[in-house]
Design a binder for this molecule. Sequence first.
Ligand code: HEM
Length: 216
Amino acid sequence: MNIAILSSSVVQKALIALSGLFLFAFLLFHLAGNLLLFDTPGRYNQLAQELEAWGWLFHGLELTLLVAFITHVWLTIAIRRQQKKFLPKHTHVRHKNAWAGNWAVNVTSRLMTISGSLILGFLIIHLQQFRFHPGERNLEALVAQLFHNPAWVAVYELALLPIGLHVAHGFGSSLQSLGFGHEQITPWLPRLSQILSVILILGYALIPLAIYWQIR
Ligand code: HEM
């Protein structure tokens, strides 16, 4: 493997990590915003209007989100292709400092491509339902209407599984790729990733269920 390929794959990994962490930050902000559904009626729509009022800044953030998503997916496919090309079949790469024992080759790691594809499928449906929904932009009413249907509650709950798996591996893996690995920190990264993933998923999981059972 020549050094040019190696160095570019290091850059690619760093970009995958950075875009992944940006998407993770979006997930946290999006959850915080969505939890306003449990605030006083109207507060959720008010937030949406406030964000829209940011004008070009809001649309710039949306564009950055899209660029981060495309970068993340594109470079991941590119790296996978390079690995397939340069490594003999059935070869598992074990890095000298493979973090936390066999974590790098555990279940969540192996499922990254599948979980990523399922997330993409979910996003296409989700954006069509909310972001590009035709007609009046009463998001609060749209969300309430959707989650009164048990089938959609089930779809959203199930979609959280690949998202949770992806974050459970991706968060720690991103920090590792960006060089934050350290003898003392590295062993804790998997646990930290898993805890953050569980918090995120429980937060999102609560919303459809609470609306369906009219707890809000
Ligand atoms: C209970 C769960 C969720 C609810 C109620 C919800 C609600 C919404 C709503 C109402 C919008 C439209 C916002 C607007 O037009 O201003 C939106 C946009 C969006 N959602 Fe969600 N969402 C949920 C979960 C998720 C998850 C798990 C993801 C990621 C995997 C996600 C990713 C997005 C993205 C990327 C946008 C577009 C953001 C933008 O362009 O402003 N959402 N969501």
